[in-house]
Design a protein around this ligand. Structure first.
Ligand code: ADP
Ligand code: MG
Length: 167
């Protein structure tokens, strides 16, 4: 099986590969890193509750913790054309996802962690920060600040705030 390196975060020592019909992600074991295998298993448990077909396998060896994932086809939210319609769609997706799977929150709703399908449906990848968070006000504030940070243009700030405050 040939794997193509997609992403190499030297600073955090994790890598993502495209291997045939799945995505493989590994985290190098570091004394300063607070990831443990049992923490990874807990995260996988939460991921399975939001998308039961996403995680295809997981494991560890002396060097790394790893997971295999289903490929989410489409274009990164980061590369899409942005307009008010797109901004609304993304913000609504993030809020609705939290509402649907409450108390589970994705935790890092960055544009690089959202893939737009050909039918223009957003879908999450990268559940590294998945968490249980019952504090809706705190999560909505986090969503608001992440979205304002992502869509830096001033004209989108009101759209984002209105959607987050309406929830
Ligand atoms: N399940 C997936 N389907 C399709 N592409 C993926 C998937 N998981 C990761 N990728 C690709 O790999 C990149 C890095 O993965 P990600 O898990 O976001 O790494 P990081 O934790 O470093 O942000 C993503 O931006 C995306 O392009
Ligand atoms: Mg990411």
């Amino acid at each position: 099986m040939t794997c193509i390196l997609l992403h190499n975060r030297k600073k955090y020592l994790r890598r993502v590969y495209h291997c045939g019909d799945y995505i493989y992600k590994e985290w190098f074991k570091q004394p300063w890193q607070n990831l443990t295998y049992s923490k990874l298993i807990d995260q996988i448990e939460l991921i399975r509750r939001v998308d039961s077909t996403y995680i295809l396998g997981h494991g560890e060896n002396t060097k790394v913790f790893w997971i295999k994932m289903r490929i989410i086809e489409g274009q990164s939210g980061w590369e899409c054309k942005w307009d008010s319609f797109f901004v609304k769609k993304i913000v609504n997706f993030i809020i609705n996802h939290y509402e649907s799977f409450y108390v589970i929150y994705h935790g890092d709703p960055a544009l690089s962690n959202i893939i737009m399908s050909e039918e223009n449906t957003p879908q999450y990848i990268d559940y590294d920060n998945i968490q249980k968070n019952e504090n809706k006000i705190q999560v909505l504030k986090h969503i608001e600040s992440k979205c304002i940070e992502a869509f830096k243009k001033k004209k989108y700030v009101k759209i984002i705030k209105d959607l987050c405050h309406a929830y």
